[in-house]
Write a protein that binds this ligand. Structure first.
Ligand SMILES: C[S@@+](CC[C@H](N)C(=O)[O-])C[C@H]1O[C@@H](n2cnc3c(N)ncnc32)[C@H](O)[C@@H]1O
Length: 328
């Protein structure tokens, strides 16, 4: 299985190593994200794109994939989505120089299809999605996604709406919480962990990511199993639930299938086995999609050495098949 968060937390082993958040610097971290499998994603999408067409980048982040698409194909235009206002700000600045070849919108990509229809009915000649979180989202203590730095228990990608991790923990009972930690975090000790988290919440001892990690360690001990911090899986499970990441992906896959033009390519980079399974199942629909490779592509050893986050990436690219001719 892929444990995306593990990569960011590889060196965390005790409370002493936390960076504590400070109100003055909350949200001020630089937006720097090393784009994963840049060439593989970009070449996969532009290989089939017809001249002068429109590409959708469903997960702009820092704009790395979009930038390469716009640089390599001067005839193409890109519309990008991201639910994170900071990603929109950062990528707008980075891609400003492309003028009206680039537009972006702050939105969850589940809504992207409808927004796109309101904007234009022109055919889409390529779509890419680089799922999960960006490095700035992990590294900024204000986002509450990491136990490496102590921050408020938030975890939302879209900081302007929706329920925070703390609110979610407060709303769910221990069984529901255990279910989501088990499903999305693939954590076998989920029942014990969920009960301890709920106890900490009820006793008003749960406000920060450090409090959450402390509760998890209280439940299962501090040992790292297979090099994984005891809190890694629970943090991942909560983040996926807070951001409804699996629902979001299901909706994206639906509208992308409906909206992409026949013969054009869809590239999806995923970091979690549940996500990869959904993409694999979609691309298996032989009358609709033709996968470019049987197995997902993975990052080269070189890239993984440079950027450990690429270690769990799986890339699937498929071409939309022409719609079958219907006899009148
Ligand atoms: C891995 S980063 C993308 C990085 C980007 N490809 C680059 O090279 O800079 C993933 C981005 O997708 C965004 N994201 C994740 N799920 C989303 C969703 N359901 N709707 C919109 N944006 C989402 C995150 O906010 C994050 O900025």
């Amino acid at each position: 299985m892929s444990i995306e968060l593990q990569l960011a937390y590889d060196h965390v082993s005790s409370d002493d190593e936390f960076t504590w958040f400070d109100e003055e610097t909350l949200g001020m971290a630089e937006f720097e994200h090393a784009t994963v499998m840049l060439d593989e994603v970009v070449e996969g999408v532009i290989a089939t794109a017809t001249e002068g067409g429109l590409i959708i980048d469903a997960t702009l982040g820092g704009g790395g994939h979009s930038e390469a698409i716009l640089e390599r194909r001067h005839d193409l235009r890109v519309i990008g989505f991201d639910r994170d206002p900071r990603a929109i700000e950062a990528s707008s600045k980075r891609l400003e120089r492309f003028g009206d070849r680039f537009r972006c919108m702050q939105t969850a990509f589940s809504e992207g299809g409808e927004l796109l229809d309101e904007l234009t009915r022109e055919p889409v000649v390529g779509i890419c999605a680089d799922l999960g979180i960006s490095s700035p989202q992990i590294d900024d203590p204000a986002r509450g996604m990491s136990f490496r730095h102590s921050g408020p228990l938030d975890m939302r990608m879209d900081t302007t709406s929706g329920e925070t991790a703390l609110e979610l923990i407060g709303r769910l009972d221990a069984d529901e919480l255990a279910d989501l930690i088990y499903r999305f975090g693939e954590e076998r000790r989920s029942r014990r962990i969920a009960r301890t988290i709920k106890r900490a919440f009820d006793e008003d001892e749960l406000a920060t990511t450090a409090d959450l990690r402390r509760a998890i360690v209280r439940a299962v001990g501090p040992a790292r199993i297979g090099g994984v911090d005891p809190a890694t899986r629970t943090f991942q499970g909560l983040r996926i639930a807070v951001n409804r990441e699996i629902d979001e992906l299901e909706k994206l896959l639906l509208w992308a299938t409906a909206r992409i033009a026949p013969g054009m390519s869809f590239a999806v980079l995923s970091f979690h086995s549940l996500e990869d399974r959904l993409v694999k199942e979609l691309f298996r629909q032989g009358e609709v999609w033709k996968p470019m490779t049987k197995k997902p592509r993975i990052a080269s050893d070189d890239e993984v050495t440079r950027n450990p986050r690429a270690r769990s990436a799986k890339l699937r690219v498929a071409r939309r098949l022409p719609l079958p001719e219907v006899d009148e």
